[in-house]
Write a protein that binds this ligand. Structure first.
Ligand code: CO
Length: 132
């Protein structure tokens, strides 16, 4: 596995992008809206990983709920694996709890989430990219 991205919940995406760009010196930023999840995302490309800043697009967004209760900050880390189904099966065997089944993410990825209780308080996404 490797860290695919780290996702951070923010109140104002454009402001956060400006500050992250300045602070980290990141040049390449892509924007994406995932209406089904009620989130607008800015993807900051680092050398071998990404930071994703996320802002809610509606009041019913889970990110909105997160911001209201915990404020801005780390939302989840994402680990990339070659075979997501295989990893999920293996992890379930060790008692890891998941939030939902393996499902389609953006850009042909497959994703699922590990319950933070299983990893000492960190919501963790598992993802696999389509074969190139
Ligand atoms: Co993610």
């Amino acid at each position: 596995m490797r860290i695919d991205h780290v996702a951070i919940a923010v109140n104002n995406l454009d402001e956060a992008v400006k500050e992250y760009r300045n602070a980290l010196g990141v040049k390449e930023v892509e924007f994406e809206t995932v209406e089904a999840e009620g989130v607008r995302v800015a993807i900051l490309h680092l050398n071998n990983s990404r930071i994703e800043l996320m802002e809610p697009t509606k009041d019913t967004s889970p990110i909105k709920k997160f911001l209201d209760t915990r404020g801005e900050g780390l939302h989840h880390i994402a680990l990339e694996t070659e075979s997501i189904e295989g990893e999920v099966d293996r992890m379930k065997g060790t008692g890891v709890r998941f939030l939902g089944d393996v499902r389609a993410g953006s850009r042909g990825t497959k994703i699922t989430f590990i319950h933070p209780k299983s990893l000492h308080g960190v919501l963790t996404e598992l993802c696999s990219h389509p074969k190139k």
